[in-house]
Write a protein that binds this ligand. Structure first.
Ligand code: ARG
Length: 463
């Protein structure tokens, strides 16, 4: 048990208390951020004359050496230290002696851990954003290749109107684009440095907080020191953004699972992204899509957990906040692996265009267009709706589609129908004439695609 405190204690910590309290097993993941923060702190202390140049030199080379050794596994982070902060300071002091003991001047673990987490989350935001960007590239590619691939659009999971695969994928493009915007927004709001807030009330040392903030790439220091050590809003925002990403992935996976069934056969998941059954030799299962859908629960869980931890916490730092880490780490690992796997599955997936198109042709997806045809010839919409409704009934009885009815049969319901009805309700017309902004028609879609490409060319988050 190696602790940074103990002066005022007369008894050693109970073993179980020590283990319950320690965070090293999970906060060791923050070693890079912790060292980076310490380096900035040391440089600032020296600039302010709180450390000598010699002390600065010893501390900086010691810290860099520790980072290097952890990276190359020449030292191991072991559980006899309470947390990563204690570990780094203890090893440093063992190595460089007295100067090591000055590292923590004008600092508390409260502002230190607040900084480490921010640095970590800031890097993760950028990593998740870049995975989303790769995914959007894949989606846009599918869109470009499928401007004329007809498929049924659904409402209530019932065939509604024909759309294109480009249009359907374009909906996901928008969802993931918004996810990126949310991340960029969260990154901007959190990009302030809490270091120098001390335990809760700042410090009497003449720290230059703006200098530390700039060394670490933050816009500026955070303001109120009590808020700075106890604010986890940015983490809740991030978990909320991750939850939304998972919700979008999950919606798409649900569709892919359905489209991959024997009943739909819209898609064929590549063998390399499918799994088999130990008993049923014929099976090829969409496990990856199911797992991504299933893992959504873990990420929502992390969000709910942290909201609950923070609820009712009095100012300022409370040890409850140590619980901000494990599930947040799990959530971000989960989202990153889901994005990688989902992107791989999507980019290797085959689309059965003929099956999609055939499916769009039945199910009366052109019924609205038949009604619109009548409206364009002076029939009030409500009457047109009812005329086409009766025609649909006829089709159901005869087991055929609207365009398979003869002109005579159509005219039995309305004399307004002419020979040109067949062209008006053809799949091609139904889709290709829908060119209002955001619609599936090729004129509208090419415009969407062009703008989407421009958006992707603009690059990622810059802070
Ligand atoms: N392990 C702690 C955490 O993650 C670090 C801060 C500890 N501060 C303290 N006063 N005990 O929140």
């Amino acid at each position: 048990m190696a602790q940074l405190w103990g002066g005022r204690f007369t008894k050693a910590t109970d073993r179980q208390v020590y283990e319950f309290n320690a965070s090293i097993n999970f906060d060791k993941r923050l070693y890079k951020q912790d060292i980076r923060g310490s380096i900035a702190h040391v440089r600032m202390l020296s600039k302010q004359g709180i450390l000598t140049a010699r002390e600065e030199e010893l501390l900086l080379s010691g810290l860099m050496q520790i980072e290097n050794d952890i990276e190359h596994e020449t030292i191991r982070i072991t559980p006899e230290y309470e947390d990563i902060h204690s570990f780094v300071e203890a090893v440093l002091t063992q190595r460089i002696g007295e100067a090591g003991k000055k590292l923590h001047t004008g600092r508390s673990r409260n502002d230190q851990v607040a900084l480490d987490m921010r640095l970590y989350i800031r890097d993760e935001i950028i990593a998740v954003d870049s995975l989303l960007r790769t995914l959007l590239d894949v989606i846009l590619q599918i869109m470009k290749e499928n401007v004329h691939t007809y498929m049924p659009g659904f409402t209530h999971l019932q065939k509604a109107q024909p759309v294109t695969l480009a249009h359907h994928m374009g909906a996901y493009f928008e969802m993931f684009r918004r996810d990126r915007e949310r991340l960029a927004d969260a990154a901007r709001r959190m990009n302030y440095c809490p270091l120098g807030s001390g335990a809760l009330a700042g410090t009497t040392y003449p720290l230059d907080r703006a200098y530390t903030a700039s060394l670490l790439g933050f816009y500026a220091p955070t303001r109120n020191s009590m808020d700075s050590v106890s604010d986890r809003d940015y983490l809740i925002e991030f978990l909320s953004d991750l939850s939304m990403i998972m919700m979008h992935l999950s919606r798409s996976c649900e569709e892919i699972i359905t489209w991959n069934t024997n009943e739909y056969r819209f898609v064929e998941i590549d063998d390399s992204y499918s799994t088999g059954s130990s008993i049923m030799p014929q099976k090829k299962n969409p496990d990856i899509a199911e797992l991504v859908r299933g893992k959504t629960g873990r990420v929502y869980g992390a969000l709910m957990q942290l909201l609950t931890v923070m609820k009712s916490l009095p100012l300022a730092y409370n040890k409850d906040m140590q619980e901000d880490k494990e599930m947040a780490f799990d959530a971000v690992d989960t989202v990153r692996s889901c994005l990688v796997l989902y992107t791989g599955m999507l980019s290797t997936m085959g689309f059965r265009k003929d099956v999609m198109e055939a499916s769009a042709k039945n199910g009366f997806t052109n019924a609205t267009d038949a009604a619109d045809y009548l409206v364009n010839r002076g029939v009030p919409f409500r009457d047109a709706h009812s005329i086409v409704g009766r025609l649909v009934l006829t089709c159901i009885e005869k087991d055929c589609s609207l365009d398979e009815l003869t002109l005579e049969e159509l005219r039995r319901e309305s004399p307004v129908f002419g020979e040109d009805i067949y062209e008006a309700i053809s799949m091609k017309t139904c889709v290709e004439k829908r060119n209002t902004a955001g619609a599936p028609g090729p004129v509208a879609m090419e415009d969407e695609i062009r703008q989407a490409q421009e958006y992707l060319d603009r690059g990622g988050i810059s802070l």
